[in-house]
Design a protein around this ligand. Structure first.
Ligand code: DC
Length: 644
């Protein structure tokens, strides 16, 4: 399984240019295809769901071209039903392609087969099929009754009259009917049965149909009259707004992580209901500003967001972002009227409950609501994403709680936002890490500790972890050759670091781990990949606000490869031996310069030659040669480096 490790974040600030709206992109493509004339579509979303629609249109005889590799497309409308009368379409998990195409194809007088990924075949479509059958369409289920895949056959369509469609499972059924009915040429009235959910998405549909020349008469949210004798006509050029649902992650980042974070591409004049996510954030206390084509969010003046209890039926997608924002509020939060989550890319109510619990929240899951109680402190977690782009994007926000997150299958964001994680990285500030390594006796430990102190950062002496493993093994009688047992020991190591003292369980072992026996043991266990792997997460957990100085062999390569500052601290073997000589003499211990130099040279050679985590200067590390330099100077050098 592919994964992405996100570092803990300190805050968020910046500007994001949003990708095009998925809802608008796929609706616009279909309308442009059915319309008379050519349509230039600007800023179309580049994503999986839109790809599925474009592929389908090609197979159905609609010619379109892309301007270079830009997001600008030209669609040559067919001016009525699809000209290709037989096709098999695979539509992935793109609901915005599947439902509207089903309706348009049912009225195109051909034989078509529509299928998708397994999850698509679990997402209900009966309400739409029932609606289409009322006007004579021949739509059959080839798998489970009420679900895709579908087989559409030519049929005599009874034009005009009334079509009833349920509106309480997915608003996309109504959208699909609305967009297809002008193909009949007769006035048709759609009556919505049950309370219509996600109304703002219907508003998008009506707005776009009007731009293509078909004005639907809306009576409340119950009756929609599609006029007769009308055809879609290209508006010439159409600009796709930025995706308001995608905006929600960045606005929430601003509200949680200080901000301001600005999104460009949607604003006050947007036709997308999800811009109202900004209002919901404002209810949590976030500071929101809005322009014609941008929205900006910042944290409340006094820091923490307020707990909420909101009906979110009108913004079902962006509401997911609020479930994660709930982690950053001051009390239990309730998200109400979100039953449609259960029939989306995954059962989002269940998925969200499971993942929020992983980061420490207490979650109560109802048929159509979630109650999220934030934990006192978030926990690092491995997040599953259920092939659902929004799960991945939402949960990335948990890193703003100063904890790392591993996002499994991060490419699921391709559905609507292939560059999401790049944009997220641009507006977030990871907890900084200074990684310091170097040969034995180079003074890296002293320098690292002093730098941490000067900055008020946490300090990780990773070598002491290997020493602790060796000590624990020696005490327990575990063989230093037994890699699996040593790895288990490392994973469960009861180590604590407190005020410069080191503990193993209840015992203080600050001096004990410095013994020759532990040094030799540490160098043995440190070359065991299983031991190193067992210590990896533990080391990463030291990365906490406001920052970390991490010292040791693989700090800048394996443990914190994204460390912004990497230093390779060295000195000539003679200089290092000289320092050690002085220490030994001061302690009244015997010392011999020549043998000290020889020992260090041999050790350097061994460290550089070992196959696992060898000693080396990383290409992106700054070399600091302290042969002619004191500790103060070395510390000042690192601090200067950081500031620059
Ligand atoms: O820095 P030190 O002497 O306390 O390290 C003890 C041993 O652990 C030494 O053999 C180097 C090794 N080590 C390692 O392999 N990786 C680290 N990140 C830190 C130390």
């Amino acid at each position: 399984m592919e994964f992405l490790d996100l570092p803990p974040m300190l805050g968020a600030r910046g500007t994001v240019r949003l990708p095009g709206s998925k809802s608008i992109s796929n609706r616009t493509l279909l309308l442009a295809a059915l319309a008379e004339g050519e349509t230039d579509i600007r800023d179309l979303l580049a994503s999986d769901d839109v790809e599925r629609m474009l592929e389908a249109l090609s197979l159905l005889g609609v010619a379109w071209t892309r301007e270079g590799d830009s997001d600008n497309y030209r669609v040559k409308g067919v001016g009525g039903p699809f000209p290709v009368k037989a096709a098999e379409l695979f539509l992935g998990n793109a609901g915005t392609a599947f439902r509207p195409l089903t309706a348009a194809l049912a009225l195109s007088g051909g034989e078509y087969r529509l299928s998708g990924v397994p999850r698509m075949h679990e997402r209900p479509i009966r309400d739409l099929v029932d609606g289409l059958r009322q006007i004579g369409a021949d739509v059959r289920y080839t798998g489970n009754e009420g679900y895709p895949p579908l087989h559409i056959l030519p049929a005599a369509i009874r034009c005009g009259g009334v079509v009833k469609v349920r509106g309480d499972v997915s608003s996309q059924f109504l959208t699909a009917l609305l967009m297809a009915l002008p193909l009949t040429g007769e006035e048709t009235t759609i009556e919505v049965v049950g309370e219509l959910i996600s109304k703002p998405y219907i508003a998008i549909t009506l707005d776009l149909m009007a731009r293509f020349g078909v004005a639907v008469r809306r009576e409340g949210w119950e009756r929609f009259v599609v006029p007769g004798g009308v055809r879609y006509r290209s508006p010439g050029t159409i600009f796709v707004e930025g995706d308001a649902s995608s905006a929600s992650y960045f606005l929430a980042a601003g509200a949680i992580g200080g901000g301001p974070v600005r999104v460009e591409g949607v604003g006050r004049d947007s036709i997308q209901g999800d811009v109202r996510f900004a209002e919901a954030l404002a209810e949590l206390g976030a500071r929101i500003e809005m322009g014609e084509n941008w929205i900006e969010a910042s944290a409340p003046a006094d820091g923490r967001l307020e707990a909420f209890d909101l009906d979110l039926n009108h913004i079902p997608d962006a509401a997911m972002t609020l479930a994660v924002a709930a982690l950053f509020t001051d009390g239990p939060c309730i998200l109400r009227n979100i039953a449609s989550w259960r029939v989306k890319e995954t059962d989002r109510i269940a998925a969200m409950a499971t993942e929020l619990r992983k980061v420490g929240a207490e979650v109560e899951e109802g048929a159509d609501y979630l109650r999220v109680t934030p934990p006192a402190e978030l926990r690092p977690a491995e997040i599953d994403t259920y092939d659902d782009h929004r799960m991945a994007m939402c949960l990335s926000l948990a890193t703003l709680g100063g904890v790392r997150m591993r996002i499994n299958d991060p490419k699921c964001v391709n559905k609507t936002f292939p560059t999401y994680f790049e944009r997220f990285a641009e507006v977030t500030r990871p907890v900084p890490v200074v990684a310091i390594d170097g040969p034995s006796a180079s003074g890296k430990g002293t320098v690292a500790a002093r730098v941490a102190e000067a900055l008020g950062y946490h300090y990780l002496d990773s070598g002491s972890l290997y020493r602790l493993v060796a000590l624990a093994a020696l005490r327990e009688g575990t063989s230093l050759e037994d890699e699996p047992s040593l790895a288990t020991l490392a994973a469960e190591l009861p180590a604590r670091f407190e005020g410069g003292r080191i503990y193993l369980g209840a015992d203080e072992v600050t001096d004990a781990i410095r013994s020759e026996e532990c040094s030799v043991g540490a160098s043995k266990v440190a070359v065991m990949p299983a031991v190193r792997a067992a210590l990896l997460d533990r080391q990463r957990d030291y990365r906490r606000a406001p920052g970390l100085v991490a010292e040791g062999r693989d700090m800048g390569s394996v443990v914190f490869p994204d460390a912004a500052t990497k230093v390779f601290l060295t000195a000539s073997a003679e200089a290092r031996a000289g320092r050690r000589y002085k220490q030994l003499i001061e302690k009244g211990l015997p010392a011999n310069m020549q043998s000290l130099v020889k020992d260090l040279q041999e050790r350097d050679a061994r460290d550089a030659a070992r196959p696992v985590a060898p000693l080396m200067k990383l290409p992106d590390a700054v070399l600091l040669d302290t042969t002619d330099m004191g500790v103060e100077e070395a510390v000042a050098f690192v601090l200067d480096l950081l500031r620059s």
